[in-house]
Every structure is written in structure tokens, then in C-alpha cells.
Design a protein around this ligand. Structure first.
Ligand code: C2E
Ligand code: CA
Ligand code: CA
Length: 503
């Protein structure tokens, strides 16, 4: 059928100009060309349908035994464990390698195409791995026809004979990462994916599957966070891990032993330099490591799941400050940064409400800042929390705007009132046409959606003037004040009223 269609198309395309010339009829030529295009389109549709048919056929329809993955039909971890045990018994000491690979950023794929389609994609990736690796001599057969194990979800593994080729596992990992991922079609949409791998060596790094697996996964984790580029496990990685663990254990005590300090940076009206708000920023005075900025410990705290107690502590200090400001008749909002994990905490909304009641502070004085990335992992849950916070009357700001991927339509769905333009666009606004254009566009979009725009990172007066000309009238930056100790905010506010013209 396909061949016939191709033949008809070719004939039509070739004969059309000749026919048109003969008949002096340009309309005829046009009709033939359109017909030919229609046929080509039909061909393309046929091809697509064929690919989709292939997709929905699992490799092993009956994979109900305990040794195969239900989704892909490939040998599972239990089967791989048998293979490793057999190797250890029969080939004792002979070098082997465990290569584990993971499909990166799969949560985003899941979100974009839905869980069912994402499963289809995993089956296709499993098939690709299998097809690609079946001819690899060093990959050991796990059962009669398969060389790849599916450890479940996004994880796959290979058991390699490393007795002959010294860097064979690394070369193969390289191939998998750079040559295998080519877009796959799911219901006509091309989906990109990326593989990331890690290797642990038998018997050097362990003799049992679990030991080797832990180490290969550690390699993956370090590569993913950019801490290391090594494909093969190195003992330093475990050392680094222990360092991290001890840092996080110390963080839990740091609040009690008053090593964590809060700073604050004022946010001003660019037109008359009145102080409108203050953003609370955390620091850690570590007894051995010295002064640590938030970037040195917050990402880790997030990753290790210990961020929420810290946020709760910051929130209480911020709301206490609001109460203090009110007592002094100083009208000003206070902004607190939330981490993405905070939005997934059930108690967050109750905690905010409880603290506002405890210190008798109106909710509208509190601003909570979140980054676009906070909505990526679990958008539904995060959005629900945002709506609850908004119902309390708290103001919400989208931080670092311009660096993420939020579409206009998406922004409209968020219950936010403020958009903060990222420092990186603002610093050199007066010198860079590109940054000037981006900031201008962000300001226009945000204003159209009736959000307040806040520029951060204002260091030069020329930048302030440009922002004002662009229609942004709220900002913060070193031009007015660098972040300083939270306790000094009330006296600073009182003084600023008199000296604001002389910075
Ligand atoms: P952010 O929310 O974007 O905060 C603004 C950062 O820009 C602060 O860095 C501030 O000191 C810096 N900055 C402000 N104006 C200027 C300027 O004119 N020039 C320059 N060069 N920098 C300026 P900082 O304090 O190091 O904070 C870094 C990030 O750490 C913050 O970025 C925020 O995302 C996060 N962070 C800070 N405190 C907390 C916290 O309590 N909780 C959470 N979850 N995140 C926090
Ligand atoms: Ca912020
Ligand atoms: Ca920011």
C-alpha cells in the first residue's frame, strides 16, 4: 500500500509541471501539487500509526512471574540478583561491572503527557535499550533473550563482563547517554528523553547486588547534582555523603544553638523611596565552616527533607517583626522565601494562620515568595497550597521571574500578586540591550496581568531611572541597602525616613 502511494505521489509531482506546460494551465498544476502533498501527508499518517502500534505492544505480555518487570517484561532486580550471586559463586573474583542508568527529568514527562503515556514511553525506552544492547558482547545475558534488567520505574541495569576490556563499561555508558536517546513518538508527539548512568565494579566496590547498586546510584546522584563527573564509583563520594549528613545533622541543632541568623533587605518605592517591605534572608554562622550563605546549605536541606522546620522558624521571626513594626506604627510588609518542598507540607497553611493569630498580625502584611520551580514537582498540590494561602489573605510573589519557563497562560492561573524580576536581568540593565528588552517585556506582561512588579539587584542609579521609565516602581538592591541584621530593621526604618535622600 505504502509503495503504491509513493509511486502515485512521485508520478504526480513529476508530471504536474509537464502537464501544466502542455495545457498552459497553471491551475491544473496547482491541483496536482496539492494532491501530491495530500498523498505525502497520508503516508506520514500511516507511518505514525505504525509506530504507535509498535509502542503499545509490551515485550513480554505474560510477565506475571517474580523475575520480570510487569511493565516492560524485562528481567527485574530479583533476577539480576540471581545473576550476580551466580557470578560470585562460579566466576569468583573475575572482574564485572554493574551499569545502572536512569531516565532523567521523567517527572516533567509524566506531567506533560500523563502517567499512562509515560508508561508507554518507558516501555519504548526499555525496547530501545534491549535492541541496542543485544549485540554488546560484554553485556551478560540475564535470561534467554534479555540483556537489560528493569529495576522498576525509571531505572535500568546491565551486568557486564569487565575481565577483558578495562574501560568497556564507561564506553558503553557513554554510548547510552549520547547515542541512544533519540525522540520517541507517543500519539504523534515526539518526546525527548535523556539517560544518566553510574557504574560500580565487582569485586572492588562490592560483591553483592545491593552494595553495588548503592554505589552506582550514588554516582548517579552526584552526577545529577553536578558534584562529580566520574562515571565510576570513587570512595570520595561516600566521604562527601558523610560530610553532607553531618552538615545536615548540625543544621537541625543550628536553630537551637542560635547559629542561624536572619538578615533583611528593604524593598522601596522607586518614585519616592518610601520603604514598602523587607525581604528576610537567612545566613548560617557555622562554628567551623564560618559564615555560610543560603546557597551553601539550603539546596542540601531541601534535598535531605529538613527545610520545613527552618522555614517555620523564619516565618515566626518574620511575623514577630511585623508585630514589632506595628507597635512602632511603622507600616511595612515583610517577605519570606519559601522552598519548593514547603508547598508540599500539609501543615504550612495552618502554621501561617496560627502564627498570624498568635502575634495579631493582619495576613496582608506578609508576603510569601516562591520560585517557578516550586510548582514543577507536584503542581496540583503546590497550587492547592497557594490557593489556601491566598485565601488567608497573604500576598504571594513569584521570585526570580524570567529564569524559568512559566508561560503567560500559566501565570494567569496562579493566585499571585507580585512578580520579582531576577537580579541577572536588572544588574546591567543600563548597559545590556538584551536585558533591557527582557525586563521591559516582563514588566509589560506582569502589568497587563495586574501584578505588581518588583525589580531586585538595583545597584546603579541609571538602572533605577530606566526601570521607572519602563513602568516598574518597586525594587530592592545594594543601591539602597545591602541585607543587614533583622534586629536592626526597626531603627533603620526610623532613620531612613530622615535620611532617604542622601544615599
Ligand atoms: P532571592 O530570594 O532572589 O534573594 C535575593 C538575593 O539577591 C539575596 O541573596 C540578596 O542578598 C541578593 N541581592 C539583593 N540585591 C542585590 C544587589 O543589588 N546586588 C547583588 N549582587 N545581590 C543582591 P542571598 O541573601 O545570598 O540569598 C540567595 C537566595 O537564597 C535567595 O535569593 C533565596 O532564594 C534564598 N534564600 C535566602 N533566605 C532564604 C530562606 O529563609 N528560605 C528559603 N527557602 N530561601 C532563602
Ligand atoms: Ca526572594
Ligand atoms: Ca530573586
Amino acid at each position: 500500500m505504502r509503495r503504491i502511494l509513493i509511486a502515485v505521489t512521485v508520478v504526480l509531482v513529476w508530471s504536474a509541471p509537464a502537464m501544466a506546460q502542455q495545457q498552459q494551465d497553471p491551475l491544473g498544476w496547482l491541483v496536482s501539487a496539492v494532491l501530491a502533498l495530500l498523498l505525502l501527508w497520508t503516508l506520514w499518517l500511516l507511518r505514525k500509526a505504525k509506530t504507535q502500534l509498535q509502542v503499545s505492544v509490551p515485550m513480554r505480555p505474560d510477565s506475571s512471574d517474580d523475575l520480570h518487570d510487569e511493565l516492560s517484561g524485562l528481567p527485574n532486580k530479583a533476577r539480576l540478583s540471581q545473576i550476580v550471586k551466580r557470578w560470585d559463586k562460579q566466576q569468583r573474583g573475575k572482574k564485572a561491572a554493574l551499569l545502572v542508568c536512569k531516565v532523567q527529568h521523567f517527572d516533567r514527562v509524566n506531567q506533560a503527557i500523563g502517567a499512562q503515556n509515560a508508561d508507554l514511553l518507558l516501555v519504548q525506552i526499555a525496547q530501545r535499550l534491549q535492541q541496542r544492547l543485544i549485540s554488546e558482547a560484554q553485556a551478560c545475558l540475564l535470561d534467554k533473550e534479555n540483556k537489560v534488567a528493569h529495576l522498576g520505574g525509571i531505572y535500568f541495569a546491565l551486568w557486564l563482563d569487565a575481565s577483558e576490556k578495562q574501560h568497556g563499561a564507561e564506553q558503553l555508558a557513554h554510548k547510552l547517554e549520547y547515542q541512544l536517546p533519540q525522540s520517541l513518538l507517543i500519539h504523534g508527539c515526539a518526546i525527548d528523553y535523556q539517560l544518566l548512568s553510574g557504574i560500580a565494579c565487582y569485586p572492588e566496590h562490592g560483591e553483592q547486588l545491593n552494595e553495588l547498586l548503592d554505589k552506582a546510584l550514588l554516582v548517579l546522584q552526584h552526577r545529577q547534582f553536578g558534584h562529580s563527573h566520574h562515571l565510576v564509583y570513587q570512595p570520595e563520594l561516600t566521604q562527601y555523603d558523610q560530610d553532607k549528613l553531618s552538615l545536615m545533622a548540625e543544621l537541625q541543632q543550628a536553630i537551637d544553638s542560635q547559629q542561624l541568623k536572619l538578615h533583611i533587605q528593604p524593598q522601596l518605592s522607586l518614585t519616592d523611596h518610601k520603604v514598602l517591605a523587607g525581604e528576610v534572608l537567612i545566613r548560617w554562622h557555622h562554628p567551623r565552616r564560618g559564615l555560610m550563605g543560603p546557597d551553601q546549605f539550603l539546596p542540601l536541606a531541601e534535598q535531605m527533607g529538613v527545610i520545613y522546620p527552618l522555614t517555620r522558624w523564619v516565618l515566626e521571626r518574620a511575623i514577630q517583626l511585623l508585630a514589632q513594626l506595628q507597635q512602632q506604627q511603622l507600616h511595612c510588609q515583610i517577605a519570606v522565601n519559601l522552598s519548593s518542598k514547603d508547598l508540599l507540607q500539609d501543615e504550612l497553611v495552618d502554621t501561617v494562620e496560627l502564627l498570624l493569630n498568635k502575634y495579631q498580625v493582619p495576613a496582608s502584611l506578609l508576603i510569601l515568595e516562591l520560585k517557578e520551580s516550586a510548582l514543577v514537582a507536584e503542581p496540583d498540590l503546590a497550587l492547592r497550597t497557594l490557593h489556601h494561602l491566598s485565601q488567608l489573605g497573604v500576598e504571594l510573589a513569584l521570585d526570580d521571574f524570567g529564569t524559568g519557563f512559566s508561560s503567560l497562560a500559566y501565570l494567569r492561573e496562579l493566585p499571585i500578586q507580585q512578580v520579582k524580576v531576577d537580579c541577572s536581568f536588572v544588574f546591567d540593565l543600563h548597559r545590556s540591550d538584551t536585558h533591557s528588552a527582557i525586563t521591559g517585556a516582563i514588566i509589560d506582561i506582569a502589568k497587563n496581568l495586574q501584578f505588581t512588579v518588583v525589580a531586585e539587584g538595583i545597584e546603579q542609579q541609571e538602572v533605577e531611572q530606566k526601570l521607572l521609565a519602563m513602568g516598574c516602581s518597586r525594587g530592592q538592591g545594594y543601591l539602597y541597602a545591602k541585607p543587614f541584621a533583622l534586629d536592626a530593621f526597626v531603627p533603620w526604618m526610623q532613620q531612613w525616613g530622615y535620611s532617604k535622600a542622601s544615599y
